[in-house]
Design a protein around this ligand. Structure first.
Ligand code: CDP
Ligand code: CDP
Length: 223
């Protein structure tokens, strides 16, 4: 089987990470969570009290940072230099700042380079916002995964509730809608469907069914 590159983009809560991870396990591909990399940089910026709007200061800070993903069978550990931040990057504080950080060209330059390096061997599924448009414009398979904002918020709500989070469904829906707006309207690499990407609305599909669509496409194309 050929080792393909697979790009999955779409808005928050569409199921990109979960479906990509599940599909990658089934076809023994490496799953690369590019959103975790933007979250990791955001964690470092908050940790060092750097102003997110000050691009020069952010540039100076990230020069000395290494962001590393360590894929395991069913998860992916995230490190900033030698500190593991896998759990810390999922907090609401990070979620509410990450879109501003991801809008900075200096941040995108660094991470896009890293992502291309990680993808160059093939046999990879990357999920994010600009994978099919900017990071891997020649990806073998491109999927734009989406669902209604309400079903996405509900999924996130259930996920966060299971972790003991007390935010209401309405708060989560507002925060997701705001992040989608920021991600779609930024000047550099905005979230948008690549012209040659397949649109997959999974409002009515569960996780298994979503992952099955992806694995089927991979198996067909890899022959
Ligand atoms: O999982 P969730 O949809 O909440 O977000 P994520 O994939 O962890 O991404 C967090 C944020 O990183 C997004 O809202 C984008 O602002 C940014 N991001 C990006 O700009 N480009 C990517 N390739 C991946 C994420
Ligand atoms: O990565 P992204 O933000 O696109 O979404 P995710 O973090 O993979 O998925 C958000 C939540 O929705 C997770 O708890 C998934 O298990 C859940 N989900 C679902 O219930 N049904 C789907 N078809 C896809 C995801």
């Amino acid at each position: 089987m050929k080792k393909l590159t697979v790009a999955i983009d779409g808005p928050a809560g569409a199921g990109k990470s979960s479906a990509a991870r599940l599909a990658a396990g089934k076809v023994q591909y490496l799953y690369i969570d590019t959103g975790a990399m933007y979250r990791a940089i955001t964690w470092a910026i908050l940790q060092h009290h750097v102003n997110v709007q000050d691009e020069a200061a952010v540039g100076a800070l990230i020069q000395h940072l290494s962001v590393r993903l360590e894929p395991l069978s069913d998860t992916c550990r995230v490190y900033v230099n030698d500190t593991e931040v896998t759990e810390e990057i999922r907090t609401q504080a990070i979620s509410s700042h990450v879109s501003s950080v991801a809008a900075l060209a200096v941040v995108r330059q660094k991470l896009v380079q890293l992502q291309r390096d990680m993808a160059k061997q093939g046999g990879v599924i990357l999920d994010g916002r600009d994978i099919g448009t900017v990071v891997l414009p020649d990806a073998d398979i491109k999927i734009f995964l989406t669902a209604s904002v309400h079903s996405r918020a509900k999924r996130r709500y259930l996920e966060l509730q299971a972790k003991g989070n007390t935010e209401t469904l309405e708060e989560i829906e507002n925060s997701i809608a705001q992040r989608d707006y920021q991600d779609s309207h930024r000047a550099v690499s905005p979230l948008k469907q690549a012209a040659d990407a397949m649109l997959l609305d999974n409002s009515e599909l569960n996780l298994e069914e979503t992952a099955d669509v992806i694995t089927k496409l991979i198996r067909q194309k890899a022959q």
